[in-house]
Design a protein around this ligand. Structure first.
Ligand code: CAA
Length: 260
């Protein structure tokens, strides 16, 4: 697929997907969502890609939400299809057996916050702003903002953002656990790439099992979730990286991981 709304680049095992509609503050139309789905599928299927970064072009916005001009005259059935495709795409990123980081370089509003919530980690620039302002245009979030946001920051805080459309800055987002790290704007990409490259060099199967156990254990009972974790942990003992990691520890040297 040829991309018109995103950039796709791979370097040292790290794929970077860049939302690239700066004139619309990288707002996502249906075409953009289809392109992200395609790029995420490439990331999943290409064994040379070990980690993924999502970011926005320009210095003002990560993603300012779903494209309001495209949604304005949608019928409910069209809106349903648009929301379903977004959910399918975010879920692909969320369940991908590889780590993902959203590098949030400015406004992350509505769908912008929502796609970042499907990533494993969120790193923000000091000028980032978060929010679910859909209520201001007569909507509610349609891409996971009432669900993933609630799970990450808790019901009371999520209701403040979703029901009152309150926006928060990067420091507040850090304080409530919405973002993992905050960097000065000119250091965000460099630091995110450094971290993603580190993840790309780690035991890939163990990362896959860690993500699987956290993602799929979250909604289970504690007993079922602990059982899932036990099985995921045991499966790591089938890998070369487990043998190498433990051998290197005993021999007091750095491990040479191969990713499986
Ligand atoms: N959709 C379409 N275009 C958008 C957009 C969006 N979500 N956000 C910004 N733009 C466009 C503006 O229309 C404007 O275009 P023109 O230059 O052609 O007029 C351009 O981007 C620059 O925007 P502003 O002039 O508004 O820039 P600003 O600095 O004054 O304000 C902003 C920035 C606070 C982010 C403001 O643009 C804004 O509030 N945007 C909308 C945010 C929003 O409501 N997002 C939620 C969308 S709904 C959603 O996401 C639903 C869902 O859950 C699936």
């Amino acid at each position: 697929m040829e991309y018109k709304n995103i950039l796709f680049d791979v370097e040292d095992g790290v794929a970077t997907i860049t939302f690239n509609r700066p004139k619309a503050l990288n707002a996502m139309n249906a075409e953009t969502v289809a392109e992200i789905f395609d790029a995420a599928t490439r990331c999943k299927e290409d064994d040379s890609i070990k980690a993924i970064i999502l970011t926005g072009s320009g210095d003002k916005a990560f993603v300012a939400g779903a494209d309001i001009s495209e949604m304005q005259d949608m019928r409910p059935s069209e809106a349903l299809a648009f929301m379903e495709k977004g959910h399918e795409t975010w879920r692909l990123i969320e369940t991908m057996p590889k780590p993902s980081i959203a590098a949030i370089n400015g406004f992350a509003l509505g769908g912008g916050t929502e796609i970042s919530l499907a990533c494993d980690m969120r790193f923000a620039s000091e000028n980032a702003r978060f929010g679910q302002p859909e209520i201001m245009i007569g909507l509610i979030p349609g891409w996971g903002g009432t669900q993933r946001l609630t799970r990450i920051i808790g019901m009371g805080r999520a209701k403040e953002l979703v029901m009152a459309g309150v926006q928060i800055d990067a420091q507040r987002a850090y304080d409530i656990g919405l973002v993992n790290r905050v960097y000065p704007a000119d250091q965000l990409m460099e630091e995110t790439k450094k971290f993603a490259k580190k993840l790309a060099g780690m035991p890939g199967f163990a990362i896959k099992m860690a993500k699987h156990s956290i993602n799929f254990g979250y909604d289970l009972s504690l007993d079922s979730a602990n059982r899932l974790e036990t099985e995921c942990c045991a499966q790591c003992f089938s890998t070369d990286d487990q043998k190498e990691g433990m051998k290197a520890f005993i021999e007091k040297r750095k491990p040479n991981f191969v990713g499986y």
